[in-house]
Design a protein around this ligand. Structure first.
Ligand SMILES: *Cc1c(COP(=O)(O)O)cnc(C)c1O
Length: 384
């Protein structure tokens, strides 16, 4: 474990890493091994088999804990594998209160996989904590929120929901993928577990699939570690190295995502063909006050609709950008454009989608860290 630093830039660069003890290598080596030689049965250096322990993964997990102000980090082979591990804490008959606007893959995992195992999911609009309170029953064991949400940028008050969760003796897990630890630290606000799709801002270069959980409670860490090694959704050492390297520049990238996000959000808002921009940095965003309190910036994620909110108009725009690449995913250095209704959120039934405000014409942007002027020019010519 490295010395703990408080200030962000130092923390992101040094978190979890010490020079390699055997050679002094400044970067944590990629320990590409499946097993470790033992001196005698049960006598080893703390490493027995790579599903259970790997030094590259250990360095990353220590870094994840540090950057989320937690005690323990666990890395998984994807974001959904991390979510999967949290749900496996539960038993048939247990209830989960979940946000009605969240990543489509999370919704799919809950409704199509875990509902079959007798776990009950209750979806509420968590932007009003009263709705969460009203859904609590003696069987509530987990509350799952995402803030800001994907793709509508809704904000939930983490501190308020943490209070409800504590009183209900439930676990609160926050999907912090959109904000990244640079903008928001849910554990500091009372959450029990922070989840990340490390694929996004933590990796930051669109070159790896990975997930993470961070927590403070040692017993919870033991349970989740047991699930991690028993179910086996562990990331390989090269992927751990890539995320560890990504974390080292998180603060530099996020500053630029914030700046570019601000520029693009305002450009879109002032464009005569745009009807609505969803970005939590606007003072008239419904929960801007909460965002302002619990976040340190508003990032590069946003969605918008054209005045012509049809699939045809959206499709035309999505096919016309030259710099924004049409692709799923987010959080990389390059800008991406996406059509949630047919891409990332296609697994949510249309009525559910529309009811929650995710229209057929909604367009989502992951604003990268290119020159903002070029990004504006690209959108200008594509909107026409
Ligand atoms: C991408 C994403 C996930 C899933 O993560 P994977 O790494 O793709 O498995 C979960 N939550 C949010 C908010 C995401 O954007």
């Amino acid at each position: 474990m490295s010395t703990k630093f408080q200030k962000p830039a130092t923390k992101y660069i040094h978190a979890g890493t010490l020079p390699d003890p055997s050679t002094g290598a400044i970067m944590t080596p990629i320990y590409q091994t499946s097993t470790y030689v033992q001196q005698a049965p049960g006598v080893n250096k703390g490493y027995e088999y790579a599903r259970s322990q790997n030094p590259t993964r250990k360095a990353l997990e220590d870094a994840l804990a540090e950057i989320e102000n937690g005690k323990f980090g666990l890395a998984f082979s994807s974001g959904v594998a991390a979510t999967d591990a949290v749900i496996k804490l539960l038993n048939p008959g247990d209830e989960v209160i979940a946000a009605n606007d969240m990543y489509g893959g999370t919704y799919r995992l809950f409704t199509k996989i875990f509902a079959r195992f007798g776990i009950k999911f209750i979806y509420v609009d968590t932007t009003n904590p009263k709705n969460v309170q009203a859904a609590v029953t003696p069987n509530t064991k987990l509350i799952w929120i995402e803030t800001p949400t994907n793709p509508l940028m809704n904000i939930t008050d983490i501190h308020a929901v943490a209070k409800i969760s504590r009183e209900a003796k439930a676990i609160l897990c926050v999907d912090n993928t959109f904000a990244s630890p640079y903008l928001q630290n849910p554990l500091d606000l009372g959450a029990d577990i922070v989840m990340h799709s490390s694929t996004k801002y933590l990796g930051g270069h669109s070159d790896v699939i990975q997930g993470a959980l961070v927590m403070n409670d040692a017993a919870l860490r033991e349970q989740l570690y047991f699930i991690q090694k028993s179910c086996g959704a562990v990331p390989g050492p090269l992927d751990c190295f890539l995320v560890l390297r990504g974390i080292k520049t998180l603060h530099v990238r996020m500053k630029q995502h914030n700046e570019n996000g601000y520029t693009i959000a305002h450009f879109l808002r002032n464009h005569p063909s745009v009807s609505k921009v969803y970005w939590c940095g606007f003072a008239d965003h419904p929960n801007h006050d909460v965002a302002k309190l619990q976040m340190r910036g508003y990032g590069g994620m946003m969605s918008f609709t054209l005045k012509d909110d049809s699939v045809e108009a959206a499709t035309k725009l999505l096919s016309s950008t030259k710099l924004f690449s049409l692709a799923e995913s987010l959080g990389g250095v390059e800008s991406l454009i996406n059509h949630p209704a047919s891409m990332t959120h296609a697994s949510i039934p249309r009525e559910e989608r529309i009811k929650n405000g995710l229209t057929d014409g909604l367009i989502r942007l992951s604003v990268g860290i290119e020159d903002a002027d070029d990004l504006v020019e690209d959108l200008k010519q594509a909107i026409g």
